[in-house]
Design a protein around this ligand. Structure first.
Ligand code: ADP
Ligand code: MG
Length: 238
């Protein structure tokens, strides 16, 4: 298990609170999750086109570019996510396109830059969420990505903190579970990596009740033994 560093989490939450921000910035959210020992795709903010190219070279191609703006919550709805960029040239045109699309989507959007992220190869996508339920307190949500959550509402909930058994139950009781367990000769997904993520998210929501809402959507889950990676995170404070 990766270390869970309470001090660093407090520092990130404290800064946002002092500045009166209810939504953590992209880099803050990723930083917080990393401090808590959660596996996050390598991500860095670029404030200019040249910086985006430099970071892409550091991370290594292919990369993903996304808008970094507190005013654009659903980045792909605004056509502000470009995946699998294989060259410097592709990064340059994606950068310009993303900034233009962001401005077209919301004219006065506060654009902090563009986030450069490692491209994560295709895997099963799941969602993990946390919220403070008004009557029950810190609660964790689990579901499969995309239409499974949005259309079919195929999700499970548990109160935090979670035992490993709670987490395994949450995973196995959704209808989409066979997709994770492996169907038609497909390898099973790394369920144990998910158990660890669910427990850590539960512990985070339990210890930091100022976190009103958290949405890790999606998390890419690799085959058994190969782990998982969070590629998008939204953290809202009270
Ligand atoms: P949003 O939810 O704000 O639209 P995301 O960051 O979740 O933006 O990106 C949208 C989709 O793009 C994700 O659901 C995922 O399928 C894909 N994606 C995002 N980041 C990566 C990445 N680093 N590697 C591969 N695919 C990605
Ligand atoms: Mg997302």
């Amino acid at each position: 298990m990766l270390a869970m560093n309470k001090k660093d989490v407090e520092q990130i939450l404290g800064l946002a609170a002092r500045e009166g921000r209810h939504l953590l910035l992209e880099n803050e959210a990723k930083g917080l999750l990393e401090c808590w020992g959660l596996p996050v795709a390598r991500t860095q903010l670029a404030r200019s086109l040249d910086e985006a190219v430099k970071i892409s070279n550091q991370i290594g191609f292919p990369v993903v570019l996304k808008i970094a703006s507190p005013d654009i919550i659903h980045k792909s709805d605004a056509k502000c996510v470009k995946v699998n960029l294989g060259s410097e040239h592709e990064v340059r045109s994606a950068f310009e396109e993303i900034v233009a699309n962001a401005k077209a989507y919301k004219q006065d959007a506060n654009i902090l830059g563009v986030v450069v992220q490692e491209f994560v190869p295709k895997a099963r996508e799941v969602i993990v969420g946390a919220l403070q339920d008004p009557s029950f307190g810190p609660t964790v949500m689990f579901g499969m990505g995309g239409i499974f959550v949005e259309v079919l509402k195929d999700v499970s909930f548990r109160l935090a903190p979670l035992t490993p058994e709670d987490a395994r139950e949450m995973i196995s009781e959704i209808k989409g579970y066979p997709i994770l367990a492996g169907v038609r000769g497909e390898k099973p997904a790394d369920i144990e990596a998910l158990v660890e993520i669910l427990q850590k998210v539960g512990q985070l929501a339990y210890e930091f009740t100022e976190i009103a809402e958290m949405d890790l959507n999606p998390i890419f889950v690799f085959d058994k033994g190969e782990g998982a990676k969070i590629v998008d995170a939204r953290i809202v404070l009270k």
